[in-house]
Design a protein around this ligand. Structure first.
Ligand code: GLA
Length: 405
């Protein structure tokens, strides 16, 4: 009998949770870190799920994300030699660039790091070099904001492994600028906000127009947050995402012809929308309808959470999913199947796709004692319905980006 040879890269997911082991990995591959052990830092940024309020952020509306206990860690030793060199713990692949003179995109994960250096340099923040090693326990392409986690942890790494010396909300916008301007995805601020502002045990309500925010205690200990990964990678073609954004802007333009002062779908009421509908492309009207009612659903969900009325929260989750499926056009047969299986499982309070859509995960609010039943139902029914293998995992509301060591 032969035994498989051990991987040269023992579980990177475990390294993401173990700062001492990650620092040791860095010392093993970077002489600079071995020579200056006292200067090694370990920084971490989490991914997120969004409870409700999808595609509302760039329409100046409301979102309710939760930073989760899965994320990306970098062990690094800062340098002032104009070189960032970062190695993936999982594969050994290395990316490199000059943080003060970021050139064209290279076409890979290192671009997300370089984009932040580019945005920091433009803001006069003087990104520093470093030698680093990165480990992640956040699934990629799952709609859990692995891009934002990579960008936010990079901002810390490029700041010498310390909290960037800029107001946290400015940092949110700086990170967004890196993604919009360098990567070319015109996303909103929800993901970066969640990764920076996350709080243990709490969801984060953000008004994306006024930037006012407050945290909301997550229901109670009897309720779990469960992510179900469809196993179909998130086909977030920037083009499909950017197209939704343009359609929302087109709706605003039509409504503003007759209603002065409307600058975003945030300003639009159901009455205004119905008055303008005859002059609108039907697809554009459907997109706008999703946003107008989704904003209302976020506020209703907050009230229901605060009143302990989980039945209403659950109903709002299902309504939100149906709206994303039928009006905003960002669901998929796989995500719909996951929501249907969850809905038929006793003890599941609510389920909906989370994040940009086009694949990825659903988020489920589940009575804790029903988590095994949901897992069993998904594992039993989903492969037969879709030909894909799902992953079901509980997530916990966690702290935002921080230095671990
Ligand atoms: C992605 C974007 C966010 C937000 C969501 C949809 O995660 O990065 O800004 O628009 O999609 O709610």
């Amino acid at each position: 009998m032969t035994t498989p040879s051990p991987s040269p890269y023992p579980s990177a997911a475990a390294l993401a949770r173990d700062p001492t082991a990650l620092a040791a990995r860095l010392a093993a591959i970077e002489p600079e870190a071995a020579a200056r052990p006292g200067d090694v830092r370990v920084v971490h940024a989490p991914g997120r799920v969004n409870l409700i309020g999808e595609h509302t952020d760039y329409n100046e509306g409301y979102v309710l994300p939760v930073a989760i206990d899965l994320g990306i860690a970098i062990a690094l030793v800062p340098t002032d030699d104009g070189v960032v060199r970062l190695t993936l713990a999982e594969t050994g692949e290395t990316g490199e660039f000059d943080p003060a003179a970021v050139g064209a995109r290279q076409g890979g994960w290192i671009d997300y790091v370089a984009g932040i250096a580019w945005a920091m340099a433009a803001a006069g923040l003087g990104p520093r070099g470093f030698r680093g090693v990165l480990a992640s326990d956040l699934p990629q392409g799952a709609g859990l904001s692995s891009s934002a986690a990579l960008e936010v942890v990079s901002a810390w790494a490029l700041s010498g492994g310390e909290r960037p010396t800029v107001d946290p909300m400015r940092l949110v916008h700086l990170v967004q600028r890196g993604e919009n301007g360098y990567i070319g995805l015109n996303n909103g601020i929800m993901d970066q906000f969640a990764s920076i502002f996350g709080e243990t045990g709490r969801a984060l309500l953000l008004d994306c127009r006024t930037l006012e925010h407050r945290s909301i205690p997550m229901a109670d200990d009897d309720v779990a947050l469960v992510a179900c990964h469809s196993g179909s990678p998130r086909r977030l073609e920037s083009s499909a995402y950017n197209e939704r954004r343009s359609q929302c802007e087109a709706a605003v333009a039509v409504i503003a012809e007759t209603v002065p002062g409307v600058t975003a779908l945030r300003d639009v009421t159901p009455v205004m929308l119905e008055a303008a509908r005859p002059r609108m492309d039907p697809v554009v009207a459907a997109r706008a309808e999703h946003i107008v009612y989704e904003n209302e659903r976020v506020l209703a969900a907050i009230a229901a959470f605060e009143a302990g009325d989980l039945a209403t929260v659950g109903r709002l989750f299902y309504e939100s999913h149906a709206s994303m499926r039928d009006l905003f056009g960002i669901s998929s047969p796989e995500l719909d199947a996951l929501v249907e299986i969850a809905r038929a499982t006793p003890g599941v309070i609510g389920a909906r796709l989370t994040g940009a859509g086009f694949g990825g995960c659903t988020i489920n609010l589940v009575r804790r004692d029903a988590v095994p039943a949901l897992r069993e139902a998904v594992l039993r029914e989903y492969p037969g319905r879709t030909g894909l293998t799902p992953r079901v995992f509980e997530v916990a509301a966690s702290a935002g980006a921080r230095r671990l060591a």
